[in-house]
Design a protein around this ligand. Sequence first.
Ligand code: UDP
Length: 238
Amino acid sequence: ETKDVKFNRVMLKISGEALMGDTQFGLHPPTVERIAKEVKAVHDMGVEICLVIGGGNIFRGLSGSAQGMERTTADYMGMLATVMNALAMQGALESLGVYTRVISAIPMDQVCEPYIRRRAVRHLEKKRVCIFAAGTGNPYFTTDTAAALRATEMQCEAIFMGKQVDGIYDSDPKTNPDAKRYEDISYDEVLRANLKVADASAIALCRDNKMPLIVFNLNDPGGFKGVMAGQGTYTTVH
Ligand code: UDP
């Protein structure tokens, strides 16, 4: 059924940690497969999908630099970690019969495609899921900013942030039972209250380009497809 579809092209951003499942590090293949099925369910609706996956399950630049590594070196290591996650997700999607491309901000031709905007758009038009890897290609950025940047370049209608909670709260719902979930919130309020949705540069980029952010729970079975149809609980930043 296509009558419920409100979106034609979207960005899904997930953290690297979403791929760990209940483990403490790296990739948990059944979890990668579960998320791939969530993506396939939306792809089957005819929606064009961009994907950005973080690298925090493998390496974070900040923790590397805290251990004495040069920050830029550590950040490049973090970007390489996102390529590993992208390749794992590509494998999981393709084993479900979904065609994909991994597109890296840092060229590595034997492994994946370099980022060429027009080519990426063409892949989307051909219904290939585009997995954007290596973040923005620059140190001192995060994959949240990469998601905001690529979503804007690809003219996505919204960024869906797949989290472990069903939206944005005024305090941590895991520790505060009275935490209140926002239905809607402005970019400026997210920045002002320093809410942990995405980093400030990503929020600012979304604000400046009027790119809505939709925060939903990636652990809900069918959650991504549901929220695409306006079902379930989520928070919209706009
Ligand atoms: N990173 C970077 N530039 C980018 C994107 C990512 O330097 O444009 C590095 C940074 O060190 C970061 C790591 O890659 O810590 C992993 O990305 P991120 O922390 O965004 O992953 P997530 O928290 O979403 O898993």
